[in-house]
Design a protein. Structure first.
Lengths: 129, 131
């Protein structure tokens, strides 16, 4: 990196064309969230009861378990992208920003994995426990 | 990036006249952050409780159906629809439409009204079903 001219100081510090990808993925997951979270809300409203047996029997169905897993992937991807913007806007120390974004990734992936595993366990082992 | 020269700054937040579009922008971030933390942790807790057995599920339901459980769930419903309707407005703005001052202001005021109306409709139907 040069230090003499203005252009020399900024070369290599741009978005490297990754900003648009982030923006597009945020919009794509916004659309998938729109369908999947509305599906979850209105499915729960239509369930006759929300007790243990009703919910686990419902979650074990293939056309419930699959969209629920997709919803978890979509929601956690969207929140990872959204919280990344928040961190980049307010955390200015480079080291702290790096660490915060690392833990944000851990949080998003661990949260999605935990949720997906829970749905898979119900679907594969049945409601009885 | 060391910026030593003092440059003229663009007008800052404090001197702008407040409008509903500015409130929506802040609310979009606030509602998103709320759902990204309390919202998803609640949903994942619910799924893990259901996967762990009747006792764990009972513990979850005990908290979910307490007064604070309802406060959180009604709050998250409002957050969700505010974020959703506001997000739909941003899709329109993303394609370059809706920037005329009056149009922009009207839709910005429609968003929170729609979010409150849908939230109220959902929770009134739930509470009516319980009676």
């Amino acid at each position: 990196m040069g230090s003499g001219t203005e252009i020399g100081r900024v070369r290599g510090l741009g978005s490297a064309r990754s900003g648009t990808k982030h923006w597009i993925h945020h919009r794509i997951t916004a659309v998938s969230n729109l369908f999947l979270v509305l599906w979850m809300i209105f499915s729960l409203l239509h369930l006759p009861a929300l007790d243990y047996l009703s919910v686990t029997t419902w979650l074990a169905k293939i056309w419930v378990a699959v969209p629920m897993m997709l919803m978890l992937v979509s929601v956690f991807t969207h929140l990872r992208l959204g919280l990344q913007i928040l961190v980049e806007d307010y955390v200015h120390d480079e080291g702290l920003k790096f660490a915060t974004l690392m833990f944000l990734n851990f949080y998003a992936i661990a949260g999605a994995a935990a949720g997906i595993f829970a749905v898979a366990k119900i679907a594969f082992t049945g409601a009885a426990s | 990036m060391a910026q030593t020269r003092t440059r003229p700054l663009s007008p800052h937040l404090t001197i702008w006249k407040w409008g509903p579009h500015m409130a929506l922008s802040i609310l979009q971030r606030a509602t998103g952050d709320g759902m990204a933390t309390a919202g998803v942790l609640g949903v994942v807790w619910w799924l893990i409780a259901a996967a762990s057995g009747p006792a764990a599920y009972e513990t979850f339901m005990h908290h979910a159906t307490s007064w604070y459980g309802y406060v959180v769930m009604i709050g998250l419903t409002l957050f969700f629809f505010q974020h959703l309707f506001s997000g739909l407005r941003y899709f329109v703005l993303d394609i370059g439409a809706g920037y005329e001052l009056k149009t922009n202001k009207s839709w910005a005021m429609v968003v929170p009204v729609a979010a409150i109306a849908v939230t109220a409709a959902i929770w009134l139907s739930i509470l009516a079903g319980k009676l």
